[in-house]
Design a protein around this ligand. Structure first.
Ligand code: NAP
Length: 465
């Protein structure tokens, strides 16, 4: 019987590890993303079943309570939270994972002394301390990120003199206390202090970061939560936890690096740059003209076009305009217009944001073209239709060295024959700066909510059919 149990857990763990790796591979492409999700889910189920059956669990009732409680919180979050709230939902999930790691580490530590004392090895203590340090700071940091994204906390960066020095001092103190406990594991009185210091550091780390930078920070916190789980794997001698945590840690880190690169920002700038502070607009004093058009005008131009490139951005997500965009796509395709969608890696507020929304509206994947591939098409394109995108089409990124987005790769919408930009006002986007595209001679503004404007254009096209 015990041989069966041992082999059962090894086999399920192997299966789960393979499925986690496949899930990550499949999730990187919209065409296989659903399969990736399913593989991850089955992998997790295999891991749970393998752990519950393959290990000598003495009492199941608390595990059951945990499963029911977790499902009661998780299911409504998955069902009712809107797509635009996915970043804060992810932050909450990381907070829960990190809290679990910190609590397991804490329980494990105190079990070394009670009921039967059996002092831990130095290596175990190192992993345990890393686990609780990362777990506690990720827990409070993720809660802060959630608060900022959900507008429960002020979203602006909160900065004060000596902030970085204070943060560094608290982190150093936490690490020093952890080092002391590694050397003297019996100093149990020091343990709560490590938890407290790390948790405080998590709060202070997020304070100077603006709400709009939170998705990048969440990817980083994801990485910390993964590493914490991996450390827990070493402490509990559970290989699957080591593998899954390492995958999580590495993918979170890669994702945050990709996001920083696509925004042309460094990690230090995201973490300490206080990006998103209210600043005076350089062009505020200048009075410039913008040309405003109507949906009828837009429909006529698009009807006569041979090629249209749609550039979705954060505004499309806010307006939930993707289904109307699909209607417009159908109308134009019916007329033989070549319609493509230009995807900027950081359009919206989370990686893959636009892909997910367009996939939800069942726009064919082969119409979604990545930035590097589509930029060459703009000079031959009749209409670039900007749907609630702003920074990702701001030409200042190419030439204005004083611009905060200078150097960020952009979609070359301005090179199209006609540009149509849908947004509600002349307010700036995430970077807080004016967009010179809107003042260009070939640009026509379509003011209004993206869903309403696109619906009107599509209606015009239907009626003219
Ligand atoms: P953006 O620069 O934030 O601009 C979005 C625009 O949408 C705004 O100018 C806004 O103008 C408009 N808008 C909002 N609600 C609308 C509605 N209901 N209907 C029509 N328009 C609406 O967006 P983006 O061009 O997608 O650029 C994304 C930015 O986020 C980049 O700067 C990127 O670096 C940053 N970022 C992205 C990620 C990521 O992972 N994707 C992560 C962190 C940061 P009005 O208010 O005038 O309507």
């Amino acid at each position: 019987m015990s041989l069966f149990i041992e082999n059962f857990s090894t086999i399920t763990y192997l299966l789960a590890a393979a499925l986690f790796i496949l899930a990550l591979k499949w999730l990187s492409n919209p065409a296989t993303a659903r399969r990736g999700n399913l593989a991850g889910e089955i992998g997790m189920l295999a891991a749970i079943v393998g752990t519950l059956i393959g290990h000598h669990v003495i009492r199941y009732e608390w595990i059951l309570v945990g499963l029911v409680l977790g499902s009661l919180i998780g299911a409504p979050m998955a069902i009712w939270m809107p797509m635009t709230a996915v970043p804060q939902r992810t932050a909450l999930s990381h907070a829960c994972g990190a809290l679990a790691a910190a609590l397991v580490g804490t329980a494990h530590y105190y079990l070394f002394f009670k009921p039967i004392p059996h002092p831990p090895t130095t290596v175990t203590m190192i992993f345990l301390c890393l686990e609780i340090l990362l777990g506690s700071l990720t827990f409070t940091g993720s809660l802060m990120a959630f608060g900022k994204l959900q507008d429960l906390l002020p979203t602006r960066p909160m900065v004060y003199r000596g902030q970085n020095i204070l943060n560094f001092a608290i982190l150093t103190l936490a690490v020093l206390c952890a080092a002391a406990v590694v050397i003297q594991p019996a100093w149990t009185w020091l343990f709560p202090l490590i938890l407290l210091l790390a948790a405080t550091f998590g709060v202070l780390l997020i304070l100077p970061i603006g709400g709009a930078d939170m998705p990048t920070v969440i990817a980083l916190l994801n990485s910390y939560a993964g590493l914490s789980a991996s450390m827990m794997g070493f402490v509990l001698d559970n290989r699957l936890l080591i593998i899954a945590g390492a995958l999580d840690g590495a993918s979170g880190l890669i994702l945050s690096i990709v996001m920083c690169k696509a925004m042309n920002r460094s990690f230090t700038n995201v973490l300490f740059g206080a990006f998103g502070q209210v600043r005076a607009s350089a062009g505020a004093a200048e009075k410039k003209n913008v040309r405003s058009g109507s949906p009828e005008e837009a429909a006529q131009i698009m009807e006569a076009a041979q090629s249209v490139i749609v550039i979705p951005g954060y505004g499309m997500a806010v307006a939930q305009a993707q289904h109307k965009v699909r209607e417009l796509y159908d109308q134009l395709s019916k007329r033989g217009v070549d319609v493509k969608f230009a995807i900027h890696p950081v359009a919206g507020r989370m990686p893959g944001h636009m892909n997910v929304l367009l996939a939800e509206a069942e726009i064919p994947y082969d119409r979604l073209i990545e930035m590097d591939e589509i930029n060459g098409d703009f000079p031959q394109c009749d209409v670039a239709l900007v749907v609630g995108a702003n920074d990702v089409v701001n030409p200042a990124a190419r030439h204005d060295q004083s611009s905060p987005i200078f150097g960020m790769p952009i979609l070359d919408a301005d090179k199209a024959r006609t540009v149509m930009a849908i947004k509600r006002t002349m307010n700036p986007g995430f970077a807080g700066i004016e967009n010179e595209l809107y003042f260009a001679e070939n640009c026509m503004m379509l003011f209004g909510d993206a869903k309403a404007v696109i619906a009107s254009v599509a209606r015009e096209l239907t009626e003219s059919n």
